[in-house]
Design a binder for this molecule. Structure first.
Ligand SMILES: [Fe+2]
Ligand SMILES: [Fe+2]
Length: 545
């Protein structure tokens, strides 16, 4: 090819010429692509989707101006038909984005392109993406399965399902001192559970958690049979217990499901809690893929906003085409707020560079097309995207999907496996509720909200808070399986840590600080690509800001 492939993709991008993957080979094979594209205006093609027909016309114009007889097909066809393997070999030698079939041998890694980051080793990122089969299995996605009519009976079924599922997890995973009993029965027999050693156990949904003036925590706990008032007191000296201190410090979320053990007051109207029980096991054992390929994560790209960081996007594209670590990235997870949307908040139109919603999605498709063809994107919606706001959210409509190649569309949340490693991807709108509800969760440390979600095995417990919920008869926000990797976005921060055997990733945004965030004094952490290897579970993060 007559020019550097990344340069020509960026040149076309800057002219708003969109290129499908099927056309990249044809463009790459041009002797002088810049010269051919200089004839675009002459044939009346200023911007938009490049088709074979348009390319043929430009080549014909170029040839006639240069007295050439050959057409673009004539330039490509002899090589493609007579020696297809040679085409592949030639392209892989260039290594700039075209791999048509698996390459027989691993290429040596070129350490010159390591971004000067010492924190990853070739052993941890051991396999090129194109050497492993694509293997995406979806275990849960609401798309096409939403059945709720939003009636009271749907809300009741949703909560019964939540209580039943999480109750079983608490019984299985936490060390209850004795089997739980129905709350109505405990209330009738309250006098049997008074004083030291006469412990009762119950599991239920939390109602109206609040603090007393003395710093004790008080809440209602409710099951199918009744409700009782629980009190967790602040203790002094040797009586202090770390787990209880943690709950006293953080608080509880309305509609949490948890277990309690303790005893009743003299009159039976207060249950003094001695211990609390959550449904998460102490340690999760991660699954590993047999393939050493990687998965990368970004979120909240907000294409269409004036604050979308386009120059940094192109820097990442260039990195994808040149860095050896990038060759191991088989999947790119886009965890919602892919575009800025329209009408999401008052006055948004003044902040938009692309005021048309479909125009925003077309532009995002064009930006994803610049990535190498070995990367498969998995895209889910967030609260800025063009799907219903109530969670679980189904995926994007077909008329949005049609602009995209190499993209798997899923709902929010989505529980899925990549080459045998289980991921839970959730946009993270409920982090707003966790910040409001728990004293230990802040926007500067959003990963604490993720720890709390896993601890509760629920992504968005609070009904009637900031997160709109769809009351499906089966609660789609229960974390049925503990994931190997749990990823969110939404808060425009960045984190990547291990929590009890699960890798927690707070995906970085591609949007600069907005005027609203400036007003709140919030500083985002944009343009960081988080990468996890599916075999070694080694992680690294590459900054592009
Ligand atoms: Fe966002
Ligand atoms: Fe969001």
């Amino acid at each position: 090819m007559g020019g550097d492939a990344v340069d020509i993709w960026q040149h076309l991008a800057s002219r708003k010429i969109m290129l499908l993957k099927s056309m990249k080979l044809a463009v790459q094979e041009l002797e002088d692509p810049y010269a051919v594209f200089s004839y675009a205006q002459e044939i009346g093609f200023n911007s938009g989707l490049l088709t074979q027909d348009i390319l043929d016309k430009m080549v014909a114009a170029y040839n006639s101006a240069n007295n050439k007889q050959a057409t673009v097909e004539q330039e490509i066809t002899p090589v493609a038909t007579t020696a297809p393997t040679e085409v592949i070999a030639n392209n892989s030698a260039d290594e700039l984005g075209r791999t048509i079939a698996p390459i027989a041998q691993h290429e040596p890694f070129d350490v010159r392109f390591r971004n000067n980051l010492p924190d990853w080793s070739v052993d941890d990122f051991s396999e090129n993406a194109s050497d492993a089969p694509q293997d995406i299995k979806v275990h849960y996605d609401i798309t096409g399965k939403s059945v709720t009519e939003g009636k009271m009976s749907d809300i009741n079924s949703c909560f019964s399902d939540r209580l039943e599922k999480i109750r079983k997890m608490i019984i299985r995973n936490s060390n209850l001192p004795k089997p739980p009993q129905e709350i109505a029965r405990l209330q009738i027999e309250y006098s049997r559970y008074q004083g030291y050693g006469n412990t009762a156990v119950a599991i239920g949904l939390v109602n109206e958690p609040r603090y007393t003036k003395n710093g004790h925590l008080i809440w209602g706990i409710e099951d199918e049979t009744g409700e009782m008032t629980c009190l967790l007191t602040k203790r002094q000296g040797d009586d202090r217990d770390r787990a209880q201190e943690m709950i006293l410090e953080s608080g509880l979320m309305p509609d949490d499901v948890l277990g309690v053990s303790g005893s009743f007051s003299q009159t039976g109207d207060i249950f003094y809690v001695s211990d609390l029980y959550f449904p998460l096991k102490p340690k999760h054992q991660k699954a590993s893929s047999e393939h050493g390929v990687s998965v990368a994560f970004i979120s909240d790209i907000h294409v269409g906003s004036k604050t979308f960081l386009e120059a940094q996007w192109h820097k990442m594209v260039r990195w994808f085409h040149t860095d050896p670590l990038a060759k191991t990235i088989k999947y790119l997870i886009l965890s919602g707020d892919c575009v800025d949307g329209v009408g999401i908040y008052p006055g948004q139109d003044k902040e938009l560079a692309i005021p048309d919603l479909y125009g925003q999605y077309t532009e995002f498709a064009r930006l994803l097309e610049l990535l190498p063809e070995w990367v498969e994107c998995v895209m889910l919606p967030g609260n800025h995207d063009a799907v219903r706001p109530a969670e679980p959210q189904p995926t994007f409509e077909k008329d949005i999907q049609q602009d995209y190649n190499s993209t798997t569309f899923v709902g929010n949340p989505c529980d899925f496996s990549l080459n045998g490693v289980r991921l839970l991807s959730y946009h993270g709108k409920s982090i707003d509720d966790f910040v409001a509800g728990l004293r230990t969760v802040t926007y500067s440390d959003p990963v604490e909200a993720m720890r709390q979600m896993l601890r509760r095995r629920h992504l968005a417990p609070q009904w009637g808070g900031k997160t709109p919920l769809s009351p499906e008869p089966e609660d789609g926000l229960v974390i049925n399986e503990v994931p190997d990797i749990f990823v969110t976005g939404h808060v425009h921060g960045h984190a990547c840590i291990d929590f009890k055997g699960t890798t927690l990733i707070c995906s970085s945004t591609w949007q600069d600080q907005t005027s609203y965030q400036r007003m709140l004094g919030f500083q985002p952490k944009p343009c960081i690509l988080t990468i996890v290897n599916l075999k070694s579970h080694a992680t690294t993060a590459i900054p592009f800001a």
